[in-house]
Design a binder for this molecule. Structure first.
Ligand SMILES: C[C@@H](O)C(=O)SC[C@H](NC(=O)CC[C@H](N)C(=O)O)C(=O)NCC(=O)O
Ligand SMILES: [Zn+2]
Length: 318
């Protein structure tokens, strides 16, 4: 499942510089600062969620079966548009891209059906996608009327005030409905569970240039969440990292595998990630055949991120 979020931002460069300063890479700093002035001016981030699969270079997607059935949940119940669909028989998979707006300006979801595979283990680490709706109760009624699965009825979140509900798509992926006024980005959260919240916050700040937008401890329910991203929580998609007290390991299953962020230079990004202690799992460079430049890394919890060259990505959309 891919979601793509494009956001003009200039955080990455400054965070990379702070990494370089920290390790005293003065000589590199000179060179990076020059380069980063170019990167800062037009760095754009595309935010995608992908799946675990054989380590192919081609970005893969969270698998799901019965795309038609999933499309119905996403389109008729959650109000997404089917933006494009592609069948790759030679690779034995079909993709469908769904979201609330075009891929070059919105976070969209890419569903993938791998031929003949109709069951995946989502694991315990993946939490949910967040969908902002103006009326949670009304949306839940619509979902019920269409045969969708509601796993938590509408009501204030435990320990808070925001009205939420939870539904599941036919493949068991959880969606949290959050009651919110009109927003340019209804597809507003990716929730992952982490074993050390401070470690996760520092990594996403320093290696990816994200901003800590909000941190909330919920001692009554023994968890803490941190919202991180490149724009305000109510107007853009954010990462929601959840730490459950005392839980340091999660099963990542065989479905969810990566988040991708767009950048203007995958080579410099990979360098910055290495300098900030990230583990590069795919060296920067073009994908065979389509030539889109990517690099990939693991965060301290083992959640994977792919960085995609912004210009190559837009070419893919043409
Ligand atoms: C802020 C909003 O987007 C949330 O997702 S908070 C929802 C809340 N989260 C948790 O409880 C996290 C800890 C939990 N043990 C987990 O690992 O998911 C939630 O799910 N509340 C349930 C409710 O009924 O309010
Ligand atoms: Zn959430």
């Amino acid at each position: 499942m891919f979601g793509q979020w494009c956001h003009r931002c200039n955080h990455l460069g400054s965070e990379i510089l702070s990494c370089l300063r920290k390790i005293g890479a003065e000589d590199q700093l000179e060179q990076q600062e020059t380069q980063h002035k170019q990167v800062l001016l037009h760095t754009r981030k595309c935010f995608r969620v992908g799946q675990k699969g054989q380590e192919t270079d081609a970005p893969c997607c969270l698998p799901c079966w019965g795309l038609g059935q999933d499309n119905k949940i996403y389109t008729e119940c959650l109000g997404m548009k089917l933006l494009r669909k592609r069948d790759i028989p030679e690779e034995r998979y079909t993709n469908a891209f769904l979201g609330y707006g075009p891929e070059d300006s919105h976070f969209v979801i890419e569903l993938t059906y791998n031929y003949g595979v109709d069951k995946y283990d989502i694991g315990s680490g993946f939490g949910h996608f967040g969908i902002a709706v103006e009326d949670v109760a009304k949306t839940v009624e619509l979902i019920k009327a269409k045969g969708g699965k509601v796993t938590r009825e509408p009501g204030p979140v435990k320990g808070g005030k925001t009205v939420i509900a939870f539904i599941e798509d036919p493949d068991g992926y959880k969606f949290e409905l959050l009651e919110r006024g009109p927003t340019p980005e209804p597809l507003c959260q990716v929730m992952l569970r982490v074993g050390d919240l401070d470690r996760a916050i520092e990594f996403y700040e320093k290696a990816f240039g994200m901003e800590l937008l909000r941190r909330r401890d919920n001692p009554e329910y023994k968890y803490t969440i941190a919202m991180m991203g490149y724009g305000p929580e109510d107007k853009s998609v954010v990462m929601e990292f959840t730490y459950n007290y005392g839980v340091t390991e999660y099963d990542k299953g065989n479905a969810y595998a990566q988040i991708a962020i767009g950048t203007d230079d995958v080579y410099r990004t990979a360098e910055a990630i290495k300098l900030c202690g990230g583990k590069i799992t795919r060296e920067p460079g073009p994908l065979p055949g389509i030539n889109t430049k990517i690099t990939a890394c693991l965060d301290p919890d083992g959640w994977k991120t792919v960085f995609v060259d912004n210009i190559d990505f837009l070419k893919e959309l043409e």
